[in-house]
Design a binder for this molecule. Sequence first.
Ligand code: NDP
Length: 334
Amino acid sequence: MAETNRTARLSSRPTGMLQRDNFEIASEELPEPGDGEFRVRISHISLDPAMRGWVNDAKSYVPPVGIGEVMRAIAVGTVEASRNSKFADGDTVTGLFGVQEYAVSDGSGVIKVDTSKAPPERWIGGLGMPGMTAYFGLTEIAVPNEGETVVVSAASGAVGSIVGQIARIKGCRAVGIAGGAEKCAYVTDELGFDACVDYKADDLRGQLSAACPDGIDVLFENVGGEIHDTCLSLMNFRGRVAICGMISAYNATEPVPGPYNYRSILVNRLNVRGFIVFDFISQYPQAAKQLGEWHGAGKLKIREDVREGGIDAFPDVLNLLYTSGNFGKLVLKV
Ligand code: NDP
C-alpha cells in the first residue's frame, strides 16, 4: 500500500473551545516535492495557545487559517526526498509545517537544528519559538534592571518558565503565578524562582503582595483577566508591562471586560507594550545562541509535555492548554 499523509484540515470556524468536528482528519496522498523543494517527515507538532486565535475569521497579526486548509502549526521533522541544495535528506528542521504527518517546503522560514545538543521537541519549545518569546519579551520589551522584581503568569509553562529563569540570570527577583501546588513547587524548587503564587488558592492579592514585598517592577503577562488586574494593582512607579498573551480570554464567547486597575498605568507612569515574537525574526540567531549557551551550561531547565495519539488526537490535546491540563511545553508526537 502506498504511504499516505494524515492531515487535520479546518472544516468550520469554532465558537468557544475547539471541537473535533471543526476539523476534517483524513488520509491523503503523500505529497511529492518539486524542483527546489523537499519533504519533511514530521515527528513532533508544537501546540501553541495562539492556534485558537488563528482559526477566527478576524483581523490579527497573521491571516486566519482558511476553511479547507491544513491547520497551521510549527513542527519539527526530518528532511527526505530533497530537491533543494540547501537541505539534505536526514537534516532535522523546524518550520510552519502544519498539523499533518508530512509537509512539502521550499525552505522558506525553515531552520536546521542540532539534535546532538537537544532532542527534536526541544527545538519547538524552550530552544524554539516559546524560548525566543521569553527572551525577546523580557530583554527587549520589559528590560528589567538587576535587583528588580519580575512577575510572570503561566509560570510553569513554555514561555513563563523561561522568562523567570532569564530574570534570575539577570539578577532579578523572579516571582511566578501558576495554578496548583504541584506547578508552584516545580517553579520554585526546580526552576529556581524566588517565589510562586497559586492563583487557584485563596487571596491572590495577599499572596502576591507577600511574594513581592517591594512591589512589582516588571510584569510579563501571559494570562490576562483577574490575574492581570491584581498584578496591575501592585505595580511600582515607572514599571514595565510586557503583554505577551491573554490565554484566559482566547475561548471567550462574550466581550471580555477590560482591566479594572487601568488607573495604575496612569498614576505609576507604566510602560505597557504588546509584542509578537515574529517582530524579532531578524534577531533569532542571537537568541538561539544565548538560549543554547544557557541550556548547555545547565542554567536553563526546559520541560516538555509530549502527548501521544498523532494527528487524530488533534484538537483534543491542544485544548489542554486552555484548561491547565499541560505541564510544560505541549507537544503532539506524530
Ligand atoms: P503554557 O505552556 O504556559 O500553557 C498554557 C498555560 O496557561 C496553562 O498550562 C495554564 O497554566 C495557563 N492558563 C490557561 N488558562 C488559564 C486561565 N484561564 N487562567 C490562568 N491561567 C491559565 O503556554 P505557552 O507558554 O505556550 O503560552 C503562554 C502565553 O504566551 C499564552 O498567552 C500565549 O498566547 C503567549 N505567547 C505569545 C507569543 C507572542 O509572540 N506574543 C508567542 C508564544 C506564546 P496553569 O496550570 O498555571 O493555570
